[in-house]
Design a protein around this ligand. Sequence first.
Ligand code: PLP
Length: 395
Amino acid sequence: MQAFEHRLQQEQQQRQDQGLERCLSTVQAAGQGKIVSNRHAFLNLAGNDYLGLGGNQELVAEFYKNLAPENCFELYGPGSGASRLMTGNHTGYQTLETKLAALYGTEKALIFNSGYHANIGLLPALAGKDDLIIADKLCHASLIDGMRLCRAKIIRYPHLDYDCIEGLLGKYRESRKTIFIVSESIFSMDGDCADVALLTRLKEQYNAVLYLDEAHAVGVRGKQGLGLAEEQGVMEQVDLLVGTFGKAWAGQGAFVACNKTIYDHLINTVRSLIFTTALPMVNVHWLNFLLPKIAAMAEQRKTLLHNARLLRKGLLEQGLVSEGDSQIVPVLIGEAHRAAAVAEQLRKQGYWINAIRPPTVPQGSSRLRLSVTLDCTPEDLTRLPQIIAETAAAL
Ligand SMILES: Cc1ncc(COP(=O)(O)O)c(C=O)c1O
């Protein structure tokens, strides 16, 4: 035990030396885009409550007021008591899955406990040893972990390199039974967008299966907030469309929209669905409550993108940002210690901005990940680029 602890302490020391140490800060949501930590209030630019729904106290009060007595939190306690395949499959699930499938125009939708559960479960359940998965190099850790649990051959292609995808599809089409193309739609740490229409054309041409993680696009893109595939008019061509509820939906969980054949296979085989306790009822009712509201928020989605563009324009003028067009705006700093120091100085000025460092992003590309929500005012976003530029220059 002593030797083991010594090893862990050494590893922790190494992380500290490299500026890669992580810690848990205690924070409290204070509504309207503000969070409080250590009795100080900060403008939150690190969360994913993109539509400001989680921090909308009136909306939350309306939800609890209208919660039917039979669904009432106080009557049941927060837990669901069992896996969905045992007794955890409460009524809210069926309502939500039916409504999601109708919105996405698919035969089925299947809810998971989180995006992480969905992404570590889906690929191992679907891809076998004779298959190939080709995935974007910058895919989220949950997708990477899902691939690690697979017996299929895995190839990661350079970020958004469609020529490379086509080359791989051509090279392996004959020798591999099923080929999966795996991509995010809005990339979580880079804020740039995949050409989903092109991905669907490639998957049709080479008879592949398209798995699209829309975690950061559901709620915020497309007329009804269904994601980037909706915006690009190709939703029907996506075979597995994953959305998460923990971000714009201000809840907990995730879903995959797919056909019935895939769904039937999934409920029999996905370990991260079968071997885990179902979501709390109150959470699923919250998602049902929000579904029609989110679908109707087209104007708010426009405002969000407009505000994000405002921030990006200001940062571009300061030479601080690269291409992209979404509510996720990364400011590349480079070295991890420096990124952490810039974030710390910004915190002293009232901004809650996190430094994203390896292994979340590649070595040498540590960054500030600014995530714009509807709670950020245009004034906040106009002021911020100069503040960041001055703070970074002073270090
Ligand atoms: C692209 C992507 N997929 C999946 C997830 C995991 O979702 P969840 O937080 O619901 O586990 C995240 C979370 O940040 C993500 O960015």
